[in-house]
Ligand binder design. Structure first.
Ligand SMILES: Cc1ncc(COP(=O)(O)O)c(C=O)c1O
Length: 418
């Protein structure tokens, strides 16, 4: 099927699945542009969480019905999460509290394998959850941290600078797949290849990219990746992927009686089963979107591929119009890629500043109009520092597949009134 003939996303039908989107503020429909901070969830996700608690709630590993059902759900959720990230081995996917907690536990284990003289490379485009875990692990191991620069004009990674920071002693390169502050998508395949050429491992932070584009760990060749279900229409649960030999070989901190096999050695304590049930349902929501678009009962991974092709196309339209609207407002400055011909290099997440109003003031004034945006640095502190906009940071309007062109116009009209 050519891209031209590809069936489009039925946004109205998608929106009907999200009860939160019917909310009104002062008599007008709320406009949810807070997605980069956390997406809304379809009713079926909320239902799966409630159903788990109401009918299946148990610890795992028991002989009785609820525990057996819990184990079956957990096994299916691992298979779904593996499909979601593009891994063929469900054992390579572990659940946890959130991306930050999973990154910290991976960092603790990696630190035990690093030595003085080793080096770690992070970038200035990251959420701090993809910086400080590695900085602290490096400190514990006596390793050094090198920071790859960005191009401030368009908030893209300076790949030459990144390559200049790589050396034989580089043990880890930590890169975000996409910036949660300004939407820049990193060329992760290229970066993985570059890092591997120096013998370094690669950790990818896919938290921001996950609701916008298909994750593909095996195509990218990364060693580790994390994402968070609450950014892709699920509950507050984190997901860790790692290559089997890495996850098996690392000295993870774990309790004595807990199993050594994958993924259990990374899933410390009792997991949030209801959250994992909701995560499974969120992935099924996306897969069903793909199946509806393709009009055939595709296997989950193929269905996700279809869904993301349609999501990306719809979001491209939103991004194109949002850029036009934002660039036309006097006093608003879009930070990051603002070239309409480069939309493939960004998500529809727009970080912007206003000539007169602080970002918090912009967010408060938009909130009065029922438009939900975040302001601040969103933990992307290295970026806002590099841009010289601390304190205060940015206002951030982030679009997801359930947003509409009408909502882009609402944002534009409200900003124009500021
Ligand atoms: C790009 C990015 N990385 C990491 C995180 C941290 O994720 P979590 O809240 O799951 O710890 C966030 C959260 O906003 C994020 O946007």
């Amino acid at each position: 099927m050519t891209p031209r003939s590809r069936p489009k996303l039925d946004v109205a039908a998608c929106r009907r699945e999200f009860p939160a989107l019917t909310r009104t503020v002062n008599g007008r429909p709320a406009v949810f542009l807070d997605g980069p901070g956390g997406s809304q969830v379809p009713a079926r996700v909320a239902g799966a969480v409630a159903r788990y608690l109401a009918s299946m709630n148990a610890n795992s590993g028991g002989a009785f019905a609820t525990s057996v059902e819990t184990d079956a759900m957990l096994a299916e959720a691992h298979r779904a999460a593996a499909d979601f990230v593009g891994a063929s081995d469900p054992g390579c996917v572990a659940f946890g509290a959130n991306m930050t907690t999973l990154a910290l536990s991976l960092a603790r284990a990696l630190a035990r394998t690093w030595r003085s003289g080793d080096e770690v490379v992070v970038t200035r485009l990251e959420h701090d959850a993809n910086v400080t875990p590695w900085v602290q692990a490096a400190r514990d191991a006596g390793a050094a941290v090198r920071h790859a620069a960005i191009r401030r004009t368009d908030c893209t990674l300076d790949l030459d600078d990144l390559e200049s920071k790589l050396a034989e002693q580089t043990r880890l390169v930590a890169v975000g797949c996409a910036s949660n502050a300004v939407g820049t998508i990193a060329p992760v395949g290229e970066i993985v290849e570059m890092a591997h050429a120096y013998g370094a491992e690669v950790f990818l932070d896919a938290v921001h990219l996950a609701p916008h584009a298909l994750l593909d760990v095996e195509a990218w060749g990364c060693d580790y990746l994390c994402c968070s279900a609450y950014k892709f229409f699920g509950p507050h649960v984190g997901v860790l992927y790692g290559k089997r030999e890495k996850l098996e070989g690392l000295p993870a901190y774990k309790l004595r009686p807990s199993p050594e096999d994958l993924p259990h050695r990374w899933e410390t304590g009792t997991q949030c089963h209801e959250g994992i049930a909701g995560t499974l349902e969120a992935i099924e929501y996306l897969a069903d979107l793909g199946r509806r678009i393709a009009r055939v009962p595709l296997p989950r991974r193929e269905a996700l591929r279809e869904a993301y092709a349609a999501i990306r196309e719809h979001e491209r339209g939103l991004a194109a119009r949002a850029l036009e609207v934002l660039l036309a407002i006097p006093g608003v400055e879009v930070r990051g890629i603002a070239d309409p011909d480069r939309l493939d290099e960004r998500t529809p997440t727009f970080g912007f500043t206003h000539r007169r109003l602080a970002p918090a003031e912009v967010a408060a004034r938009l909130a009065d109009e029922g438009i939900f945006v975040w302001s601040g640095n969103f933990y992307a502190l290295p970026l806002t520092e590099a841009l010289g906009i601390e304190p205060g940071g940015l206002a951030r309007a982030g679009f997801l597949h359930y947003n509409t062109l009408d909502e882009v116009e609402r944002l534009g009209e409200a900003l124009a009134r500021l």
